[in-house]
Design a protein around this ligand. Structure first.
Ligand code: CTP
Ligand code: CA
Length: 223
């Protein structure tokens, strides 16, 4: 017979996940954002729940929804809000998976009234957002940290740099070179990069990719 711990290897584990884009306000009606669907983060949450985990999903604006026992879904808009929610839950987490496409920059100031069209072309000054994953990398103790990387060139080298710089246990490299992989598609081809090794996976659905990633996390926690 199958033991409980085999069916639910993440039972008693707290998994914190970010998903989706962030929107950075320009004025009350406009923002800077990106095309992330949030699908990968939500699939990761489901895969972790199915293995018995307690999941906190901090989600940027998406059309997705997930209602499950053992899931806390927290909706946020901006990178700063996402940072605050992640930061407040990090100490209780066993694993943090950063699947969100966090905006790298936000407008330096937010106009409090809708910006009017004028004869001059406006210039929007941008400033860096906080790197949520790198910040958690700095304060990590027992937590396992997993990041994502989407690169167009020098993929492996760039992904390895991020793995090291952000103090991660592994990073999931999304291959853009293959048809049917990337932001809006239903499928992904990924490599999982560890400090001293690499695993290449086949092109598959985001649900299956999420299951592969969660299996790696189970192994990591058991190691
Ligand atoms: N990330 C984050 N907070 C940010 C930017 C990125 O938590 N402000 C996380 C992402 O969720 C992802 C990882 O860092 O897991 C790598 O994101 P990516 O955009 O690939 O790398 P950057 O460090 O932002 O560098 P660049 O965009 O210049 O490649
Ligand atoms: Ca980035």
């Amino acid at each position: 017979e199958k033991h409980y711990s085999e069916s639910y290897p993440l039972s008693g584990k707290n998994i914190l996940i970010t998903a989706g884009p962030t929107y950075e306000a320009i004025d009350p009606v406009r923002f800077i954002g990106n095309h992330s669907s949030g699908k990968m983060g939500y699939e990761l949450a489901e895969a972790a729940l199915n293995l018995g985990a307690q999941v906190t999903l901090v989600s940027g604006p998406t059309h997705l929804n997930l209602e499950r026992t053992n899931l806390e879904l927290i909706r946020v808009t901006s990178a700063e809000e996402m940072y605050e929610k992640v930061e407040s839950r990090f100490s209780e987490a066993d694993v943090f998976i950063s699947a969100a496409a966090v905006a790298d920059y936000r407008p330096a100031t937010v106009a409090n009234k809708k910006i009017k069209k004028t004869s001059e072309d406006p210039v929007i000054q941008l400033t860096k957002t906080r790197d949520i994953l790198a910040s958690m990398g700095e304060r990590k103790q027992h937590q396992k940290l997993v990041g994502f990387a989407l690169e167009t060139n020098d993929e492996l080298e760039n992904a390895r740099k991020k793995l090291k710089k952000k103090n991660l246990d592994f990073i999931v490299l999304n291959s853009l070179n293959d048809k049917g992989a990337g932001f809006k598609s239903e499928t992904n081809k990924v490599s999982i990069i560890y400090p001293d090794s690499k695993k290449d996976f086949e092109l598959k659905s985001k649900k299956e990719v999420a299951q592969d990633i969660i299996k790696e996390i189970v192994d990591l926690l058991n190691a």
